[in-house]
Write a protein that binds this ligand. Structure first.
Ligand code: HSE
Length: 403
């Protein structure tokens, strides 16, 4: 029997307990002996839950029990999750987590602490919810040089954008629905302002590079300014609007990393990723494009990823499972101004002549009503685009186009 504990009995933590029970026979086929949840740490009592008798309020009770071999940290947030995780690893107790905020901020330190104390720190559930992503990147793609990672990494914003696009829904109503379904972060700002996607693309970039890409260095735009007019412009360009995390390793090796709404061509597999689903395209120098797809948030998908780590930890008790991102040294980001791409622009109809003069031959007009001109630019750097767009007094919006 492997004794384990869960920190935080919220949506994900309670899903982990339930999954371990419901699929116990299936799990036993992989890991001999039962995986038993002995404690659940939470501030609250759960008198009506079948797990109510396992609730404890003092972390030291878990730490001081020599039977505990695995901790699932599903609390979220940096503190006290960081202190609890560090103390557990220092005692040789392996930890797995769904907490991307913690992984993005302290990943290499916690991986190194685990190595030093002959246990492991795993975080499959921190990116892409239920999609197996981190282990495939670490194991199955270990032999490739990663050239780019492009992903829809936030279920909440994808849900909101899909509802707005398909049903003309209002942003706030769609956000409320996502919150009710348990997809959103406690503070939805992290979802809608792009910070959650930023943390996830920073983690994937760090794993691809083998050293830290700080999430503070991710250039970040959210979806709060996306309007129905932007969806119409995207349609005219044969695209849909999606919030993407993008990481490219080009030229001098400095990763270009950003999160922003993109116009995604209908021919891209990412254009078919709707609702709470996430999709990630990883390009390796040998394998080419590999696509990962599945539910990026929610109780059971996220619990499924946490429990996949629990099984890995149970099978590797007493040893460190290597994670290539042990080096906490920061990677220098490529400046956003140097990024090259095509932009989808909405501006006032009166700007038509100015736009033609500023954007020249590469410009492709898509629609021009009495009120509004919609066009695609040729390929430009971000800095060149900003310079030229400053000459459009009626500029309403610009969205990057995924190539
Ligand atoms: N709020 C996150 C999302 C949860 O919507 O994707 C999963 O990380």
């Amino acid at each position: 029997m492997t004794e384990a504990a869960i920190l935080g009995f919220g949506i994900v933590g309670s899903g982990v307990a339930e999954l371990l029970d419901r699929n116990a026979d299936r799990i036993r086929e992989r890991v001999p002996g039962e995986i038993h949840i002995k404690y659940i740490l939470d501030l609250r009592e759960f008198p009506d839950s079948p797990y109510g008798d396992r609730i404890v309020h003092d972390f030291d009770r878990i730490l001081e029990d020599p039977e505990i071999r695995i901790i699932c940290e599903t609390m979220g947030g940096k503190e006290p999750a960081y202190q609890f995780t560090k103390r557990a690893l220092e005692k040789g107790i392996s930890v797995c987590t769904s907490n991307k905020e913690l992984v993005a901020a302290y990943g290499p330190e916690l991986i190194a602490a685990a190595r030093e104390h002959h246990c492991s720190y795993l975080f499959e559930a921190s990116v892409g919810g239920g999609i197996p992503l981190i282990r495939p990147l670490e194991n199955c793609l270990a032999q490739d040089r990663i050239e780019s990672v492009v992903g829809i990494l936030n279920g909440t914003t994808n849900y909101i954008l899909t509802k707005m696009e398909r049903f003309g829904s209002d942003f706030h109503a769609a956000l409320k629905e996502a919150q009710e379904k348990g997809y959103a972060e406690q503070n939805p700002e992290a979802d809608v302002e792009g910070h959650d996607t930023g943390r996830k693309i920073a983690i994937l970039t760090s794993l691809a590079a083998g050293r830290t890409f700080a999430y503070e260095d991710v250039y970040c735009e959210g979806i709060t300014a996306v309007t129905q007019e932007d969806f119409a412009a995207a349609r005219a360009a044969g695209c849909v609007v999606r919030l993407l995390g993008v990481s490219c390793f080009e030229g001098d090796g400095r990763p270009m990393v950003l999160t922003a709404p993109f116009a995604v061509p209908l021919s891209s597999p990412l254009a078919m990723v709707n609702d709470v689903f996430n999709g990630v395209l990883i390009r390796g120098n040998m394998v080419g494009d590999v696509m990962f797809y599945g539910q990026g948030a929610g109780r059971y998908p996220t619990a499924s990823a946490v429990v996949s780590d629990v099984l890995e930890l149970a099978l590797n008790e007493g040893r460190w499972i290597p994670v290539r991102w042990e080096n906490g040294e920061k990677t220098e980001p490529a400046p956003i101004g140097e990024r090259r791409g095509v932009f989808l622009v909405r501006t006032a109809a009166e700007d038509r002549e100015r736009a033609a003069a500023l954007f020249g031959e590469g410009m492709q007009e898509l629609s021009a009503g009495q009120d509004e001109l919609v066009f695609l630019t040729g390929e430009l750097s971000e800095a060149e685009f900003a310079d030229r767009a400053a000459g459009l007094p009626g500029l309403r919006s610009r969205i990057r186009v995924l190539r």
